[in-house]
Ligand binder design. Sequence first.
Ligand code: ATP
Ligand code: MG
Ligand code: MG
Length: 350
Amino acid sequence: GRTIGILGVGQLGRMLASAAAKLGFKVAVYGPEVEKSPAGQFATIRVDGAYEDAAAVEAFARGCDVVTYEFENVPASTAAAVTKAGVELRPNARALEASQERVREKNLFRKLKIGTVDFWPIADARDLAKALPKAGPSILKTCRFGYDGKGQARLQGDEDPEAVLAELGGGPWILEAMARFEREVSLVAARSVHGEIAYFDLCENQHKHGILARSVIPAEASASVKEQAREAVRKVLEHLDYIGVLTVEFFDCDGTLLANEMAPRVHNSGHHTLEACSVSQFEQQIRAVAGWPLRDAETVRPMEMLNLIGEEIEAWDELAADPEVDLTLYGKREARPGRKMGHAVRPWRK
Ligand code: ATP
Ligand code: MG
Ligand code: MG
């Protein structure tokens, strides 16, 4: 049988592995402490190793027919090691580069004429001192490695630049004007080896403390908003000659969409595609990277998804007992504050 390789050991890898197994593939997972990881528990082949270990990655890739990933911080050297093994990385290394660094990501959106908030690259306190008065209320973010709202500071515009950078750490940074949005939405879509694109419906997303808390599919959106989102995603997919699932997060500012960031992978705001849609984001990703045709991704039943974060353990019992709730738990060994432990999906009625 054919083997799909996955870089990354978390819950996204776990759900990808499950979708690959459904289609009859063998699943090989690579990453640190893979043995008892959420993804490792579902894999046929587990290889424990560091992403930076190019020789180990190359050996892993040789055992696979194609390699994909569940996180965007795959180092460039890791991507190169897969290519060196003569195996295709899907999505490609350009997709990784474009989404690993926030300034580069926003510059790509701009180049493709996709709207964003105003932003300023920040290398040091002098840059911040110049930009802050222009930006006013804004968000300072580390350019790399931020997720779930980590590596961000909300600013009013009158702070001391030196102190702010010292406290946040981890430069370079990007200063973003605060978007005044009515709501946040995301679009998950896939592109096949033949260039065909299948879009899921837009999701509406609510965050708590910078972490996705709730997502509804489909978002209530005008034809114009839906079209703006599809157009933006199509441009990125085609520009990067992308194969696989891509997610773009947007701010809806009074009917005008501004792209916030993108993820070159399946996404937390697409988990309920499993229950809501004619195909899940995970199966669509496996189909795309395996070179299969995509399926139509229409919403069959509107659903809402609630993330189970940290120690909200008591709620699990209640959710497990609710006949309307479809519960997914990631098999993580310990709950920590802010850690995504599972999610609950239930029918969405207005
Ligand atoms: P993720 O877990 O989605 O990868 P992240 O840590 O990469 O998150 P962002 O998506 O950039 O961070 O920001 C997290 C949240 O903070 C956004 O979903 C939004 O609610 C808020 N936010 C970020 N940037 C802005 C902005 N420029 N204006 C207003 N709100 C913002
Ligand atoms: Mg992000
Ligand atoms: Mg985000």
